[in-house]
Write a protein that binds this ligand. Structure first.
Ligand code: NAD
Length: 319
């Protein structure tokens, strides 16, 4: 099977690794000179990190499956799936999707990695709009498996189902957004947390460092295995309903005080940036990203090895 990766920046190169590791041949296209070549060397490094953590069985074979295409048409030729990763600009997505729809074979699925543009905004006028959807990854998708599938009202449900099956086979964790919503699911959740984090830091309730520690050393540890609903399930003797009876009024009171405008106004943002400290150099960001990727790979390996929760068989005393 062949995947065409259109746009070979941060996200495109990570998708190339996902498909190549899963046995697909990958054709990378990027209109900017040198971008695809840079992506190829980043893929080699990224696949080595995966291999070092047991997350890629054959690094050389996976890397050999990725190649740079000389043109968009060449990248699309024979592709079963297209993953678009161009700039997050609506007019650019509209232009790219018009070209993809004109050039790709009718059965090819056209997916966009867009973070925040609804599928209906850039596919409405296309003859092949039924084969288009958003497949929104989390950076970096070769290490964080969730991918949000969000079709437009005219997307063929069979295309969403087929794409879901494909990503599962690649070792990703697709989730389906059942109707279009701004921010999909993940970024709506992230928005609630980020907005409140900015508010708490900017208004002086906590230091920036302690705010981040609250997630990295607190909430995030549970969240790497269970989601917020299951946290509720385990935090009250009789499960989620019991949890919401006990703590629902408290959450309602706190939620009534959420205030995005207060969090994101320029004065509050200035205070947060000052509290966070000096901006790191590009080299420091790259070094931190490599560290993050190695930790994520180790966590992915741990999650892969950990047995999923299975209830103990009922004992005779229970019967
Ligand atoms: N970075 C993230 O955390 C993240 C996470 C999820 C989704 N996304 C989404 O993925 C997409 C790509 O983001 P990124 O972070 O990789 O950006 P990036 O800037 O790293 O890469 C964008 C690439 O697109 C190329 N490009 C420019 N014009 C193009 C065109 N007409 N056709 C094809 N390619 C073109 C550029 O040369 C560049 O290599 C965006 O839609 C973004 O919202 C990003």
């Amino acid at each position: 099977m062949k995947a065409a990766i259109i746009g070979a920046g941060l996200i495109g190169r990570a998708w190339a690794m996902v498909f190549a590791r899963g046995g697909w041949s990958v054709s990378l296209f990027d209109p900017v000179d040198g971008a695809a070549a840079n992506a190829l060397s980043a893929c080699e490094a990224g696949l080595s990190t995966l291999a070092a953590h047991g997350l890629c069985d054959d690094l050389a074979a996976a890397f050999a499956r990725i190649s740079a295409a000389p043109s968009l048409a060449a990248a699309l030729d024979g592709a079963a799936h297209v993953q678009e990763n161009g700039p997050e600009v609506l007019a650019t997505k509209q232009a790219i999707f018009a070209e993809l729809d004109a050039l790709a074979a009718p059965e090819t699925v056209l997916a966009s990695s867009t973070s925040a543009l609804q599928c209906s905004l850039f596919t409405e006028g296309l003859a092949g709009r039924a084969r288009c959807l958003v497949a929104h990854p989390v950076n970096p998708p070769h290490l964080v498996p969730v991918v949000e599938l969000s079709g437009a009202p005219w997307t063929d449900p069979a295309v969403v189902a087929r794409t879901r099956t494909m990503f599962e086979a690649l070792g990703q964790k697709p989730i389906t957004v059942k109707k279009e919503v701004d921010g999909f699911i993940l970024n709506r959740l992230q928005a609630v947390l980020l907005v409140e984090a900015l508010r708490l830091v900017g208004e002086g309730y906590v230091s920036a460092e302690d705010l981040d520690a609250t997630v990295a050393e607190g909430l995030g540890l549970r969240w790497s295995f269970i989601g917020p609903l299951q946290v509720g399930e385990l935090n009250a003797p009789a499960g989620l309903a019991d949890y919401l009876t006990r703590y629902g009024p408290f959450f309602a009171r706190v939620a009534a005080g959420f205030d995005g405008e207060a969090a994101l106004n320029p004065d509050n943002i200035d205070r947060c940036i000052e509290a966070w400290g000096a901006a790191p150099s590009a080299e420091a960001v790259a070094e931190m990203s490599r560290w993050r990727d190695a930790r994520l790979a180790a966590l992915a390996a741990h999650k892969r090895a950990a047995a999923p929760f299975a209830p103990a068989p009922a004992s005779s005393a229970d019967t």
